[in-house]
Design a protein around this ligand. Structure first.
Ligand code: C2E
Ligand code: MG
Ligand code: MG
Length: 612
């Protein structure tokens, strides 16, 4: 009985043990299946790499991720799949793995089946001491998309999206490297700061699309002017900068600046027309101890000088420039107050018939008397006024003033019934939408007949041969006034515009008048301009006549009108008015030069013999 009970207990124990064992095996199997399917279905690739660096196992995801069957990876050395640039780092990474260190992550590129490199993120556990594994387990994830986005974002952060040039951040970074190298380097480095002249006009007249195209084309030309290692950046708008390293000397930087200037001056063909732009360039040396911002600021300052003195040129930074800029800023502030306070006055210089000496008209010239600086020459402040836009209110003021005077003289002075008034129109005012209305208002306000008004424009206005320019000139002409080109011949422009634009008068610049009747010089250009005027039926006025022989010479060449110190200097309105009735008060210099001739201005002014 007892024996039976014992054997029953033994059977029960064995049955129980077997069941437990079966259950344990079952649990193990299902856990293994679960892990296998996790590994097999995972979108990440699992690799087991032996201590010899050979792949022992690759999960099926290899097909999807790298376009390779898993079996083709097994038996292959892992490093043979890694990008040559990443091999060193990968080998070091794998070598440094030691059991128990936990998971570590590294990124490297792996060659896919198409030969393209794919960025991978690799999470690694060293299980080489685990008998069931015996290697390093690597979980490989394809991160190419993330990396490419990162690269694009980084590129975007350091490049200008329009021109693909470096941007300010990258440029400053490169300059800081150049500054750091400066103490050890035998060869100088320099920064060029470039600003396109009149780019705004292109944008305004031809639209932003053309403006953008022009910037791209300009950037392309820029890159042809520098050496491969140089950095070109677009700083924003129409401003560019170039870092020139390893120069022979600073003269070398000037040569490159000249090259850039020439390249950008060649007209750009845009939408079937030639677009002209210029560039002003500031040059600053990269010196040890400077901050990159300082170098750029110095070059910017020099550019400002280049633009101020003579558009389209270059200037090298000098420390005195800071002081001059302060002076200019002060001038600007004072000019602003002078405009507000109505301290801007107008003087008038007679324009005479060369043949008879009779007055033909007068040119209104702006004057500014500064409390401490005294009389400031227009050549000094008109540029400042243009840049600040103050020239627009100044221009309006001169226009009103001149129209009122002309109307008064034509009405009241016997000798001035047909007097014509010339007013200088700045390029900046020409661009204003209000221009036509401003002129109309001055005419209406003063009651001056439009045909008595001549607007003097510069060649630079005509250089943009756009439809907008032509339309504006036509609109001005439609008011009934006359148009003259001032300082004719100094604008470096082709003369094709003369036929295209409705021009009535050419004012021959003083530089061409100077050689007239001057021993040893031949006034070829003055002669050619007068001949051109005759052919096109455009009146010519010689500017800056100072000597009687010049007047004679010009008259002999067929020039009909003239202006200059020989006849009279610019004078206050009242003085000119007085001369129209009281000849003796005219401050003419004629008698000094030609005592035997009847004085040109005084007697002549009274004679009402003009053509309207
Ligand atoms: P511009 O229009 O060509 O004016 C002629 C300039 O030559 C005047 O200088 C005049 O005083 C000077 N001039 C006249 N005869 C002689 C001469 O025989 N010899 C010499 N050496 N010079 C002579 P100013 O008044 O200093 O004006 C200089 C320039 O400033 C003007 O040249 C014009 O471009 C600009 N400007 C003057 N007034 C205005 C204005 O109201 N508006 C605008 N936008 N510009 C003006
Ligand atoms: Mg003028
Ligand atoms: Mg002139």
């Amino acid at each position: 009985m007892v024996a039976l009970a014992v054997s029953l207990a033994a059977v029960a124990y064995l049955v129980l043990r077997n069941r437990r064992a079966r259950e344990a095996v079952h649990a193990l199997r299902s856990s293994e299946a679960r892990f296998r399917s996790l590994v097999q279905l995972s979108s990440d690739v699992t690799l087991i790499v032996g201590t010899d660096g050979v792949i022992q196992y690759a999960s099926p995801a290899a097909r999807h991720t790298f376009g390779r069957r898993a079996s083709t990876l097994e038996g292959v050395k892992l490093l043979s799949l890694v990008h040559p640039d990443d091999v060193g780092q990968t080998a070091r990474f794998l070598g440094s793995l030691s059991a128990g260190q936990g998971r570590t992550v590294s990124e490297w590129r792996v060659r896919g089946s198409t030969g393209m490199w794919q960025w991978t993120e690799n999470t690694t556990v060293d299980l080489s001491n685990e008998p069931a594994v015996g290697g390093v387990v690597i979980n490989v994830r394809d991160i190419s998309e993330r990396r490419s986005l990162e690269t694009r974002l980084t590129h975007q952060a350091f490049h200008d999206s329009l021109t693909r040039l470096a941007n300010r951040s990258l440029f400053l970074n490169r300059v800081s490297h150049a500054v750091a190298r400066a103490p050890r380097s035998q060869r100088p480095s320099a920064v060029l700061f470039l600003d396109l002249d009149d780019f705004k006009k292109v944008n305004d007249s031809l639209g932003h699309g053309v403006g953008d195209e022009l910037l791209i084309a300009g950037a392309g030309r820029l890159s042809t002017c520098v050496r491969p290692g140089d950095t070109i950046a677009r700083l924003g708008g129409d401003e560019f900068a170039v870092l020139l390293e390893d120069l022979e000397d600073m003269g070398h930087a000037v040569q490159i600046a000249e090259r850039i200037s020439t390249a950008l001056r060649t007209p750009f063909r845009m939408q079937g027309r030639d677009v002209f732009i210029g560039v002003s360039i500031g040059i600053a040396a990269v010196l040890a101890g400077d901050s990159p911002e300082e170098v750029l600021r110095n070059a910017d300052l020099a550019m400002y000088f280049a633009k101020g003195t003579d558009k389209g040129r270059w200037a090298i930074y000098a420390p005195e420039m800071h002081e001059q800029v302060l002076d200019r800023l002060e001038l600007e502030a004072d000019l602003r107050s002078a405009v507000d306070a109505g301290d801007i006055r107008v003087e008038y210089q007679p324009i005479v018939h060369l043949e008879t000496g009779n007055i033909y008209g007068a040119e209104a010239l702006v004057r500014w008397h500064h409390a401490s600086r005294g009389q400031v020459s227009p050549s000094r402040f008109v540029g400042v006024a243009e840049e600040t836009g103050l020239i627009v209110p100044i221009g309006r003021h001169v226009l009103h003033e001149a129209c009122h005077r002309a109307r008064e003289w034509r009405m009241r002075r016997k000798g001035a019934r047909q007097l014509r008034m010339s007013v200088n129109l700045s390029g900046r005012h020409f661009q204003e939408d209000s221009l036509i209305a401003d002129v109309q208002e001055a005419l209406r306000d003063s009651g001056l007949e439009p045909k008595a008004l001549t607007l003097e424009i510069t060649e630079s206005i005509l250089m943009q041969r756009s439809d907008a320019t032509l339309a504006k000139l036509r609109a001005l002409k439609a008011l009934g006034l006359h148009l003259a080109i001032d300082d004719f011949g100094t604008g470096y422009s082709s003369l094709g515009y003369l036929q295209q634009f409705p021009i009535d008068m050419l004012k021959i610049d003083r530089t061409f008048v100077d050689p007239v009747a001057t021993p040893g010089s031949d006034p070829v250009l003055a002669r050619a301009i007068i001949a051109l005027g005759k052919t096109l039926h455009i009146e010519t006025v010689a500017e800056g006549i100072e000597r009687p022989e010049q007047r004679e010479g010009l008259r002999a060449m067929g020039c009909t009108l003239g202006q200059g110190y020989l006849f009279a200097r610019p004078m206050a309105a009242d003085d000119l008015a007085a001369s129209l009735i009281e000849p003796s008060r005219v401050p003419s210099v004629v008698e000094m030069y030609a005592p035997e001739r009847p004085p040109l201005i005084p007697g002549a002014l009274l004679q009402p013999d003009f053509q309207g």
